[in-house]
Write a protein that binds this ligand. Structure first.
Ligand code: CU
Length: 243
C-alpha cells in the first residue's frame, strides 16, 4: 500500500539513462492508500525500457514483482524498496539505545532482562524495551557508539555492523512477518559485553504507530497518529485514575 504521494517514486530506465518521472505530467495514480495501486504512464514506455517503482510502504511488489507485472505488462521490471524510516542505534557500555528520528526527538534504552525476569531460553537475549518496527517496510539502520566499539548483530537478517564512536555506519533490515528477532553485541566492548542483547519486534503499521504515540507521550510530545489503540489506552488510564 502506498498512501502518500511522497512515498512513491516512478522512474523510466531506457538503458542509456534513468530519469524520475513527474507525477501528473508523466503518470497518474489510482488507489492511494488501497492494496492495489495503479500507475498509468501518460505516454507508453519505449520498447525495451524499464519502469521502476520505489514505494517503501508497498507490500504487493516484493516477491516476483507482481505489482509491476500487473501494471507494466510487457516492460522489464525492477522494483526497489526505499526505506520508509530510520532507526538510529547507539551502542554504549552496556546497553543499546534507539532513536526514531522520523518520529520525534525521543530515545529508548534497551537493557538485558535480569536472570530472574527472563525465561530460561531467552536469558541474555530478552530486554526490558524491545525495538519496535513496522513489518513489511524497509528500515534504514544507522549505528554509532558513545564510548567504545560495539557491533549490532542480528543473525536472522545477516546483519553484523560495527557501532563506532564518532562514526555512523548504515545498513537496512526488512521483515515480512511479525515477530521478535534476537541478537547480541558482537564486538568485545568490556566486562559486560555478554550482557547487551538486541531484541527487535516487528508489528503491524497501526500497532507501530500506536507504540510511537505512546513513546512520544512519554517524551512529552503530542501524538503523531492518534490511532484508535492510543485512544483506548488513554481511556483505560482515565478509567484507572477514576477508580
Ligand atoms: Cu558492546
Amino acid at each position: 500500500m502506498v498512501a502518500r504521494r511522497d512515498h512513491l517514486q516512478v522512474m523510466l530506465d531506457t538503458g542509456a539513462e534513468r530519469r524520475t518521472l513527474k507525477y501528473k505530467t508523466d503518470y497518474t495514480v489510482d488507489g492511494w492508500g488501497e492494496p492495489d495501486l495503479v500507475v498509468s504512464l501518460n505516454e507508453p514506455a519505449p520498447v525495451g525500457a524499464s519502469v521502476i517503482l520505489r514505494g517503501g510502504r508497498s507490500t504487493q511488489n516484493v516477491a516476483g514483482c507482481p505489482m509491476a507485472k500487473r501494471y507494466f505488462d510487457g516492460c522489464e521490471k525492477e522494483v526497489v524498496l526505499a526505506p520508509t524510516m530510520t532507526l538510529k542505534v547507539t551502542g554504549r557500555q552496556w546497553n543499546w539505545s534507539y532513536g526514531y528520528p522520523d518520529y520525534g526527538d525521543f530515545e529508548i534504552f534497551s537493557n538485558m532482562l535480569p536472570e530472574e525476569e527472563a525465561s530460561e531460553e531467552l536469558y541474555r537475549f530478552e530486554v526490558d524495551n524491545r525495538v519496535i518496527l513496522p513489518v513489511g517496510e524497509t528500515i534504514r539502520v544507522t549505528t554509532t557508539a558513545s564510548d567504545v566499539i560495539h557491533s549490532w548483530a542480528l543473525p536472522n537478517f545477516a546483519v553484523k555492523i560495527d557501532a563506532v564512536p564518532g562514526r555512523i555506519n548504515e545498513t537496512w533490515i526488512r521483515a515480512e512477518q511479525e515477530g521478535v528477532y534476537y541478537g547480541q553485541c558482537s564486538e568485545i566492548c568490556g566486562v559486560n559485553h555478554a550482557f547487551m542483547p538486541i531484541a527487535v519486534e516487528f508489528v503491524s503499521r497501526p500497532a507501530f504507530e500506536a507504540w510511537i504515540d505512546g513513546q512520544r507521550s512519554l517524551a512529552g510530545l503530542d501524538p503523531m497518529f492518534e490511532t484508535d489503540s492510543v485512544k483506548l489506552a488513554q481511556a483505560d488510564d482515565a478509567g484507572a485514575a477514576a477508580e
